[in-house]
Ligand binder design. Structure first.
Ligand code: ASP
Length: 439
């Protein structure tokens, strides 16, 4: 039995946090492979080491003096080393980093040092072997993650190992240069390591006790989700849930490895399980509610649109030619609506409209701005009668005008469009009808 345990930045921000992590790892011998992030914030106004590294490298790149920021970074690690009373010096590491910064080794190299150094400290603290992620995680020439090569080399390297620390967030390009994933990418490394060792579980330790049903900035202390499927999470992540990096789902998903989101500061909480499929019913019919503001709808009308072959293609081509992706596409017999991100669309608005006029020759086009989309997601909706009715009557009772409804063919989500100003109230209404009434 083997578990991969990934710890986020706030779980590793100080010696005290490291100690909590140490006891979590020692509590179960199955927790054999550890993926650390860089030290995060110790308090609200603090700066993440990754951000300090970006800042430091920025100075180096401009040929300016970066010694002060580098010293500040170093003291973050020294504070941890001292607090843990480790017999470890980072002298040589920092000499190399300074030299490489002067030689302009690259922004990704700079950012990756946060995880690299934390991995060194972690390996020393736990007495585990350290593996530099640059030797086992690979990207191809154009910077895309090379899953096949990585899996081959990484699984071979870990095959006969009892324990190891693999720093998160980075790997290397074919020419050996360091390359990072996008921000928050240590989650992806954890997932890749879990796949390589065929882990039983990928534990992702953070500072919340799991994924919440909705945004705590809108609902105070929302309920926690016990179990969510990869698909549901994907829908919610797309609409703004940000507990886990979106791309972290893919490596474990193909292997059917569950992810368990846990809280370093409350290790006995069971957290949230993210699984392929489950017979476990969501407590509240729905699993989660997410949403985003800032959409525009382009409403197109044309008599007999339904019988005109190629009409939809022509409309979409107008968006494609202007490099705008669309979000949703509800349609009626003689109407078609295209939802787009307002900030992407604004600059190109007139170009798109004239392209639609030219190619599709509609009778009328009008645009509505400042709309929000809300996704109500739940695997339970498929088999529960009346879910849509409950959503819409809750919205009606809250005097919210629904501008758009779209139910995906998977039947695990219903997307609702409302005006930006109704957004929070709409989420509250939906949360209340499904969750509050069940408590
Ligand atoms: N340290 C990196 C960041 O701040 C990666 C991570 O923490 O996952 O984005």
């Amino acid at each position: 039995m083997a578990k991969v345990v990934k710890f986020g930045g706030s779980s590793l921000a100080s010696a005290e946090q490291f100690e909590k992590v140490g006891s979590i790892i020692r509590a179960e011998k199955e927790r054999r492979f550890v993926v650390p992030s860089a030290p995060g914030k110790r308090f609200k106004e603090d700066t993440k080491v990754t951000d300090m590294l970006y800042e430091c490298y920025d100075l180096a790149e401009k040929g300016q003096d970066f010694s002060k920021v580098l010293t500040d970074i170093r003291s973050r690690y020294d504070e941890i080393i001292k607090g843990l009373k480790l017999d470890l010096s980072l002298d040589d590491e920092f000499k190399t980093i300074e030299k490489n910064f002067k030689e302009k080794a690259g922004k990704d190299y700079a950012a990756s040092r946060g995880e690299y150094l934390n991995g060194r400290v972690m390996a020393n603290y736990l007495g585990f072997e350290f593996i530099d992620a640059a030797e086992v995680i690979f990207f191809d020439e154009d910077g895309t993650f090379d899953a096949d090569k990585t899996n081959k080399i990484l699984s071979k390297r870990l095959e006969n190992m009892e324990n190891a620390v693999v720093p998160g967030f980075y790997g290397s390009l074919p020419d050996g240069k360091v390359k990072t994933f996008s921000r928050g990418g240590s989650d992806i490394t954890g997932s890749i390591v879990a796949k390589a060792i065929h882990a039983d579980v990928y534990e992702n330790w953070t500072d919340v006790s799991g994924i919440l049903v909705t945004d705590p900035r809108i609902i105070e202390n929302p309920q926690k989700i016990d179990t969510i499927t990869y698909l549901e999470l994907r829908e919610l992540a797309y609409m703004g849930f940000s507990v886990l990096h979106e791309d972290a789902i893919f490596p474990v998903r193909v292997e059917g490895i569950p992810i368990n989101i846990r809280n370093t500061n409350a290790p006995s909480d069971s957290g949230t399980w993210i699984v392929g499929s489950t017979a476990q019913k969501s407590k509240y019919t729905i699993t989660g509610i997410a949403g985003k503001k800032g959409f525009c709808s382009v409403n197109i009308e044309k008599d007999m649109m339904n019988s005109e072959i190629g009409f939809g293609r022509k409309v979409l081509q107008a968006f494609e030619e202007n490099n705008i992706s669309f979000e949703h596409l509800p349609s009626g017999i003689d109407t078609m609506t295209v939802f787009v991100h307002q900030d992407e669309f604004m600059d190109k608005e007139q170009k798109v409209i004239s392209a639609i006029q030219r190619m599709a020759k509609p009778d009328k086009i009008d645009i509505e701005a400042d709309l929000a989309l809300i996704a109500v997601v739940g695997r339970g909706m498929k088999s529960a009668r009346g879910t849509a009715a409950r959503i819409f009557s809750a919205l009606a009772h809250s005097h919210i005008n629904v501008r758009m409804i779209d139910q995906g063919s998977s039947e695990i989500n219903i997307i609702i469009g409302v005006t930006n100003s109704d957004f929070e109230e709409a989420i509250r209404a939906i949360y209340n009808i499904f969750v509050e009434t069940c408590l």
